[in-house]
Design a protein around this ligand. Structure first.
Ligand code: LLP
Length: 463
């Protein structure tokens, strides 16, 4: 991340503040965020898409996906950088409200929104509610009608585009819980797709203002092809609906999912490349269909916050075991060469683990780690960084070369932990969730306080 590097003592520093200072002040594990990096990435998405789409629809609305990481400070930065905010629960709406974000700048997602969440969205006069099913459309229409109001609605469709990503986070196939199917296989008598049924119904409800269509094809995607294909499908459908129902659908949201580099094998493209590729497709497709381009919006989360943050851990116990054959999934390393040979594997335990980063255990996600508290000239040794949880799958980094002399008390940094780490954190084994420190212009500020033992015991009602 910008502003992160080694100082003259060889210690990792953020904006000039050495990690040992941050540990002293805030403890470990700790999420350390570069505010300038976050802001720069937010701006670069906004600028790249605005530029690419300027002549098509006058720019793009970028909704930062709060599910990746949200607190009121971040909500504020997002607004200050000219982005909007995508939320997916009443809790996220509450954070946005605390940060003073105008409801018009907010969207609300979710496949099972409660009546309370829908009412809250209407109370806050949300810019858009992204409706996920026919059931929900009816419910939103009813609630809005009872309130004598009009709900601004987008319809989330499943365009059947399979993004090249981990199975659990690809969300565009038909056979999944999200969205309205575009395939003509619905149970509707007239043989309409669920997507078309929803357009027809939304158009008929006086309490619904149908703004347009939405899709989200998956996450951690590197190539623009999937986004482009989804855009083609949605534009075709949008043109068909406009003609058939004599309506205008002024907006099209193409979701999030832009990938980042977790390890050197990951090669994401810069936002400008993706934006240009998507713009080219939208431009030519609208021309071919003979329609005015809708206003485009996107919802990046990971690509904005992921690289801005690293997790700082303290090393505790170590042990070395002999491994007779490389286990499936082991990296081909100089020691193993991918062969059946005996090699040592060193386990390096840190003071957090799956409670502050569940992604390795959930998605087999790869991370890297570096010795952060000092420089070392010791020989590199194949290491596995593990957490302190009572579970053998509690791996932080599966295979990484760390200096042989890494010892208890050293600090390790695991980069790229800004997205879906704090957000997915838990109290497993009664560990306290770490805090989040944002560094800006050389000063650290706690934006989320770490939990204390008192927090952990707070909800225990006593013996
Ligand atoms: N929009 C919608 C409707 C979404 O469902 C998501 C993510 C996003 C935007 C933002 O996607 P991003 O740009 O951050 O990829 N926990 C998983 C990722 C789950 C993604 C859920 N939806 C992980 O850690 O990989």
């Amino acid at each position: 991340a910008a502003g992160v590097g080694r100082n003259s003592d060889g210690e990792l520093a953020v904006d000039g503040i050495p990690v040992s200072k941050l540990k002293e002040q805030f403890g470990t594990p700790l999420f350390i965020m570069s505010e300038s990096d976050f802001r720069a990435r937010a701006r670069s998405f906004k600028d790249a898409f605005d530029e690419a789409f300027a002549d098509i629809c006058g720019g793009v609305d970028v909704y930062y996906a709060g599910k990746s990481f949200l607190c009121s400070a971040v909500a504020r930065w997002v607004a200050e950088e000219g982005l909007r905010l995508d939320t997916c629960s009443g809790g996220e709406l509450a954070v946005a409200a605390r940060a003073g974000i105008d409801g018009a700048e907010l969207s609300l997602h979710g496949n099972n929104k409660s009546d309370a969440e829908i009412n809250r969205a209407l109370d806050m006069k949300l810019g858009r509610i992204v409706v996920d099913s026919l059931d929900e459309l009816e419910r939103v229409a009813k609630i809005a009608s009872e309130r004598g109001e009009t709900a601004k609605v987008m319809l989330r469709l499943t365009p059947g585009v399979h993004a090249h990503t981990h199975e659990f986070i690809a969300t565009a196939h038909e056979d999944q819980k999200f969205g309205l199917s575009m395939a003509g296989d619905s149970t509707d008598q007239a043989g309409l797709s669920a997507a078309e049924e929803a357009v027809a119904a939304a158009t008929s409800y006086a309490s619904i203002e149908l703004l347009g269509l939405h899709c989200h094809i998956g996450s951690q995607i590197f190539e623009p092809d999937g986004f482009a294909l989804a855009a083609v499908k949605l534009l075709g459908f949008l043109a068909e609906m406009q003609a058939k129902y004599s309506i205008r659908l002024p907006e099209l949201d193409l979701g999030g999912g832009y990938g980042i580099a977790y390890t050197p094998v990951d090669t994401p493209r810069p936002p400008a490349d993706i934006a240009q590729a998507m713009a080219a497709v939208v431009r030519s497709q609208c021309a071919e269909l003979g329609i005015a381009a809708p206003r485009i919006s996107i919802e990046p989360g990971r690509a904005i916050v992921g690289p801005s943050t690293f997790t700082l851990y303290e090393v505790g116990t170590r042990k070395t075991v002999r491994v007779d054959a490389p286990a499936a999934g082991d990296a081909a390393t100089p020691e193993t060469g991918g062969e059946n040979v005996t090699h040592p594997r060193r386990y390096v335990s840190v003071d957090g683990g799956m409670s502050d980063n569940a992604r390795p255990v959930l998605y087999d996600a790869d991370y890297s780690a570096i010795l952060a508290s000092r420089a070392s000239a010791a020989a590199p040794q194949l290491s596995r960084v593990v957490g302190k949880h009572c579970e053998s799958g509690d791996i932080v980094v599966r295979d990484v070369y760390l200096p042989e002399d890494v010892a208890a008390g050293d600090l390790l940094a695991v980069p790229g932990t800004g997205a879906y780490c704090w957000a997915l954190s838990s109290n497993y084994n009664y560990l306290a969730r770490p805090g989040v420190v944002a560094v800006r212009d050389g000063s650290p500020r706690l934006i989320v306080r770490g939990e204390t033992e008192e927090d952990l015991l707070n909800r225990d009602m006593g013996a």
